[in-house]
Write a protein that binds this ligand. Structure first.
Ligand code: SF4
Length: 598
């Protein structure tokens, strides 16, 4: 029997007619050209020429150095480098360079495979953007954040640095799923944006939600498109390019927002202040993420887009065995569904919702299988690609895209085979310490899990935000299904642990350290996260009493001016040298310059 072709996303979203106001585009183009003109006039061309010549010289020196190092190896080592790849990854960085100086040599087989995946990704991106190229490309003239997406391959390369074999294959597979979601939604976002594609046909079928709100509610609306409003223009792109949100943070601070506010809501508010978010959709769902700046981000949204009605999902912050407030959450979900129905004219479809949640439950089982393997002596699928995928799958995909389950099944097949063969997730010499990541995650900015393994042999087995919720969601009883949705939504990213109180962040941390047999904890301390600051002393004291290695790494998420990536790495370097008296696995990665490198 011929395999049924999966039609996702709904073809009518692609077919929705654009209604571009060319006069408005002309005015914008004039403004952009004016900015370019000013930039060209102010450019010090002598300096540019010198930078170019210096770059060529540095490349020449690097090639000479690499050649000399290779020739100094004995024959066995030379063969090892050809077959298994290079070992000094620090030489991929150069001071002042915006990207790594070249691609990594992973050995013949893995380099060929990596190149194939690189080309496949380009094919997917070009194919997706060509479905409605003009508004998609035009977005780059409206929004500076769009430009950073041109570097997405660099982000992929960074996340898989040092990987070989099965872990490399699994990382590529999940990265593809995320990138496809991003590419498709960037095209839809550009089509719908009233400044740009201005497709009212699509806007009628579109509702948006804030970036911390779970995507699962869209499973009941197969005729609607849903897009997390700030996720693509702010949060995700900031992980590709940590410098991208700085203008937004500055904008809102000059508007009066205190500079000690968390950069997540600050960036969102700043982007709204300078009109850097798309105007799209029939309605917007915000959620009660109880951090200081987040509530404000919703009100900034309502002021910037008075044409878009807002629904506030207001869940209590109650976890553990406290079920008293669940019905209240379920009623909130019911009201939200009604709100979406009223604003879009669409009807909630239980059959489709249950179908998607059955898929999501299967995906949760596959995730739990990964955990079992990673808890064992032979962890297999670890690193930033895996961490990012878990977050995306849990929070945004939620079983809605039917293409994701087969991909996850493929990954778990590779995983089980690698486990049976007792493979190592990183080349053998990079497996020294078992660790977990706790507190507000900053690892994508500094590519931290990857760097920890490559530089010090610290294997991060799991990160805090992956552990939010694994209960199967109800797929038959409608009332219980709403209650389950409430349980799920209460455990959205940056909520249960960071805002859930002592038991959820302190007790839970020690429980996870034991479950994963990982006595080394990378404690991310967001200098602007007040909730987490309240328990820092308790974590420190109890961690010491238990004999765990707690490495505190200060950071300020998407604002590297407060704490640079280099300073973050230095905290680990210092701890490993002084407390653990360890030698780095790759000394070239202990100190390197990446201030402007994406
Ligand atoms: S939990 Fe902390 S880091 Fe996360 S958004 Fe809230 S303030 Fe920011």
């Amino acid at each position: 029997m011929a395999k049924e072709k999966i039609q996702f996303p709904n073809p009518k979203f692609w077919k929705a007619k654009d209604n571009i106001n060319w006069k408005k585009q002309g005015e914008n183009l004039k403004e952009v050209l004016g900015i370019f003109g000013d930039m060209l006039k102010e450019t010090d061309w002598k300096d540019v020429g010198k930078g170019f010549v210096d770059g060529l010289k540095a490349d020449g020196e690097r090639v000479k150095g690499e050649y000399a190092d290779f020739m100094a190896l004995d024959n066995k080592e030379k063969w090892d480098r050809v077959v298994n790849g290079e070992r000094s990854l620090g030489r991929l960085y150069r001071k002042g360079a915006m990207a790594t100086v070249r691609r990594e040599w992973r050995g013949v087989k893995d380099t060929a495979y990596d190149f194939w995946e690189w080309a496949k990704m380009w094919g997917m991106l070009l194919g997706t953007f060509s479905k409605d190229l003009i508004p998609a490309m035009n977005s780059a003239l409206w929004y500076r954040w769009m430009i950073s997406y041109f570097c997405c391959h660099g982000f992929m390369d960074k996340n898989i640095m040092g990987l070989r074999g099965s872990n490399l294959r699994m990382s590529h597979e999940v990265t593809y799923q995320i990138f496809r979601y991003v590419a498709e939604n960037l095209v839809f976002l550009s089509k719908a944006d009233r400044k740009n594609g201005n497709s009212e046909e699509l806007n009628k079928m579109l509702f948006t939600f804030d970036e911390m709100t779970m995507g699962q509610i869209a499973a009941g609306f197969p005729d609607l498109l849903s897009i997390p409003h700030q996720l693509l223009p702010m949060f995700l792109v900031s992980e590709i390019d940590q410098l991208v949100c700085i203008p937004y943070i500055d904008a809102v601070e000059s508007y009066g927002l205190p500079s000690d506010t968390c950069p997540v809501p600050s960036s969102e508010c700043g982007a709204l202040v300078i009109n850097a978010l798309p105007d799209m959709g029939s309605c917007f769902i915000s959620s009660s993420m109880p951090c200081d700046g987040s509530t404000m981000a919703s009100s900034y949204f309502a002021r910037r887009f008075p044409n878009i009605p807002v629904f506030h999902l207001c869940f209590p912050v109650r976890y553990l065995d406290d079920e008293n407030t669940i019905q209240m959450g379920a009623e909130d979900i019911r009201a939200c569904i009604k709100f979406i129905e009223e604003k879009t004219g669409a009807k909630w479809n239980w059959e489709h919702y249950f179908e998607c949640m059955k898929r999501f439950n299967q995906e949760t089982d596959l995730e739990l299988q990964k955990w079992e393997i990673n808890k064992s002596a032979y962890p297999q699928f670890i690193g930033p690609s895996y961490e990012l995928f878990r977050k995306w799958n849990y929070e945004m995909d939620g079983g809605i895209d039917p293409r994701v389950l087969p991909s996850m099944q493929k990954v778990n097949k590779i995983l089980m085979k690698a486990y049976e063969n007792k493979e190592t997730a990183w080349p053998a010499r990079k497996m020294r310490y078992r660790g977990i990541v706790w507190s507000c995650p900053a690892h994508y900015y500094a590519n931290f899990s990857n760097w920890l393994a490559n530089c010090w042999g610290i294997d991060i087995l799991v990160e805090m935000e992956s552990l939010n919720f694994t209960k199967h969601l109800e797929t038959e009883d409608k009332e219980e299904a709403l209650r389950d949705l409430a349980r799920l939504y209460e455990r959205m990213v940056m909520r249960r642990h960071t805002n859930g109180g002592y038991q959820n962040v302190v007790d839970e941390c020690w429980r996870q350290v034991e479950a994963w047999n990982a006595p080394l904890v990378i404690m991310y301390q967001n200098v602007a996260c007040k909730n987490m600051a309240t328990v820092q002393g308790l974590l420190d004291e109890q961690g010491r009493q238990r004999g765990y290695d707690l490495i505190w790494v200060e950071h300020d998420l998407m604002d590297p001016r407060t704490v640079s990536r280099r300073t973050m790495r230095d905290k680990v370097n210092e701890y490993m040298r002084t407390v653990k008296q360890a030698e780095p696995v790759d000394p070239s990665l202990v100190e390197f310059e990446d201030e402007v490198c994406m």
